[in-house]
Structure formats: C-alpha cells, structure tokens
Design a protein around this ligand. Structure first.
Ligand SMILES: Nc1ncnc2c1ncn2[C@@H]1O[C@H](COP(=O)(O)OP(=O)(O)OP(=O)(O)O)[C@@H](O)[C@H]1O
Ligand SMILES: [Mg+2]
Length: 142
C-alpha cells in the first residue's frame, strides 16, 4: 500500500526526511516529484542533516545541475528542471552517480525519465496550502 504523510511546516518535512533517511542504503535513488515550491529541496535538507551534512549547504543545484555532499553516506543532489533533453543527464555523468556508493536524490526526475534506474523510489509531493504538503511514497517505480 502507498504511504502518505502530511507535513504542516518546513521543520516537519525535515523530520519526515530524517525518518526516511534511516532506511536508506548505499546506491539508493530517490525521485522527488512535485511542482515548484513543493518542498523537494527542503526534503533534501532533512536527508542531509541525518547524514551529518550542514543543511545550509543544500541549495537547489540550478546551474551546476548536481551537488555532491560528503556525509556518513554521500548525497548526490540533482535538479533537472532546466534540462531541455534527457541526454543532458548523461553529459553530467548521472548514470555513474546512480550506481555509486552514495544516495542519489533527483528533483524533476520526469525530465530524465529514460535514465531513471529501475531501483529508484518515488516520492510525490503535493501542496495542500501555504504550509501544508502531502508526501506520497510509491512502492516501486512511480
Ligand atoms: N510543509 C512544508 N514542507 C516543506 N516546505 C514548506 C512547507 N510549508 C511551507 N514550505 C515552504 O515551501 C518552500 C519549498 O521550497 P523548496 O525549495 O523546498 O521547493 P522545491 O520543491 O525544491 O522547488 P523547486 O522545484 O523550485 O526547486 C519553502 O519556501 C518552504 O519554506
Ligand atoms: Mg528545489
């Protein structure tokens, strides 16, 4: 069954992300799917702090497209929003990242659909109001 969680503040989203981080294993890939301002980057900040990374260093990687953070597990943070074609993911070496020892987290995964690995977990985020967000955790692909 799909799991759904509603958060009512940025801090609650950080807490939720930490509880998900506990289950993560090297090589996991998380697809964060949701519109602008949904809370994808806030979720990554929560993951980062669980792994001992300063959440202040976590920003949407707009121009570089990928940020790498060193923690107990490294996090590879992708933002594909500005990609015009999926092949741009290959140019930044996305496929190698997906099979490395860190955890890959992808904002705007739909932009690079052909390259999203089978073993990815999807988290869909909906906005229910200014402070309220619904996180829907898929069982498998989408
Ligand atoms: N419950 C909540 N969870 C997460 N963020 C929230 C929540 N309530 C309000 N917010 C606000 O919503 C915004 C979420 O911004 P964030 O950068 O995480 O979005 P995003 O999904 O990464 O967007 P983008 O696609 O532009 O990168 C922040 O300003 C945050 O303070
Ligand atoms: Mg973002």
């Amino acid at each position: 069954m799909e799991k759904e969680v509603i958060t009512e503040s940025e801090e609650e989203t950080h807490q939720l992300a930490k509880s998900i981080a506990e289950e993560l294993q090297p090589g996991d890939v998380l697809c964060l799917n949701g519109p602008l301002g949904a809370g994808k980057t806030q979720f990554v900040k929560g993951l980062a702090s669980y792994f001992g990374i300063d959440p202040a260093t976590v920003q949407s990687p707009t121009f570089t497209l990928i940020h790498e953070y060193e923690g107990r597990l490294p996090i590879y943070h992708f933002d594909c929003y500005r990609m015009e074609k999926p092949e741009e993911a290959l140019e930044i070496g996305a496929e190698e990242y997906f099979y490395r020892e860190g955890v890959s987290v992808i904002e705007w995964p739909e932009k690079i659909m052909p390259f999203i690995p089978e073993h990815s977990r999807w988290i869909n985020i909906e906005s229910l109001g200014p402070q309220k967000r619904k996180f829907i955790f898929g069982n498998d692909n989408k």
